[in-house]
Design a binder for this molecule. Structure first.
Ligand code: BTN
Length: 222
């Protein structure tokens, strides 16, 4: 895939900027004044970390699965640091959050926003412990690697469906068969994280053995 990379010094949010560009554009900024996290949270964005948004073609009702395609691509790019993936969109190193993904939809495309802590680990608005890569890699090098892996995993997804991407995602997953707490907007659930469903849902076995499939929430490994 040929990516068109557009660099900005300061933007409000690379995801917002990206909404004005066609598929295959990548918006990168040195810092963001209004970086957005999942579920309406703030993504603190000082200079030195990677903030980018990748515009890809909409895949209709399969588009939500692009979060896992991107997660696997970012994890694989960080192979030297032994990453793990926490459902749905967190990339962990040493059990701490090092990167997050925020997917948004426009009329015709999907924006894959990636925030990766390279030199600092902001804590504002963070539910989890955070970490950074301690300057071990330059932003342009890791971005190129992510784009290369993303191209490969998008092709795999488009040609073979979610199965192989799901397998890969599970190979990086933390918390499978462990006790977890899932915070939903109106309640908290505890149970065993049994698997990720073929639709990308978290399959939670509740204490009374009922199974609940969850599509969005914050997961804490107990
Ligand atoms: C999360 O874990 O809550 C998701 C964080 C996503 C942050 C990135 S930084 C680049 C892009 N622009 C944004 O405003 N957010 C995403």
């Amino acid at each position: 895939m040929k990516w068109q990379i557009q660099h900005f010094d300061v933007v409000q949010s690379t995801n917002e900027t990206a909404k004005n560009f066609p598929a295959n554009t990548v918006i990168v900024a040195s810092c963001q004044t209004g970086g957005k996290g999942r579920l309406g949270r703030v993504w603190e964005s000082p200079k030195g970390n990677l903030y980018c948004s990748i515009v890809v073609a909409d895949r209709g009702n399969l588009s939500p699965l692009l979060a896992f395609v991107a997660g696997v691509a970012v994890a694989e790019s960080l192979a030297d640091f032994h990453p793990a993936l926490k459902w749905p969109n967190d990339i962990l190193i040493d059990g701490k959050k090092c990167a997050g993904l925020l997917l948004e939809r426009t009329e015709s495309s999907i924006i894959i926003g990636i925030g990766l802590n390279l030199i600092s680990a902001p804590t504002k608005g963070m539910l989890y412990q955070t970490t950074h890569l301690n300057k071990a890699i330059l932003p342009e090098d890791i971005l190129n690697l992510i784009l290369e892996k993303l191209s490969a995993y998008l092709t795999l997804f488009d040609t073979q469906g979610f199965g192989p991407v799901r397998e890969k995602w599970l190979s990086y997953a933390v918390g499978i068969n462990k006790s977890i707490q899932v915070n939903l907007p109106t309640k908290k659930l505890q149970g065993i994280f049994k698997e990720m469903s073929p639709q990308g849902e978290l399959v939670l076995e509740l204490p009374d053995k009922r199974v609940q499939n969850i599509t969005a929430g914050d997961v804490f490994i107990l």
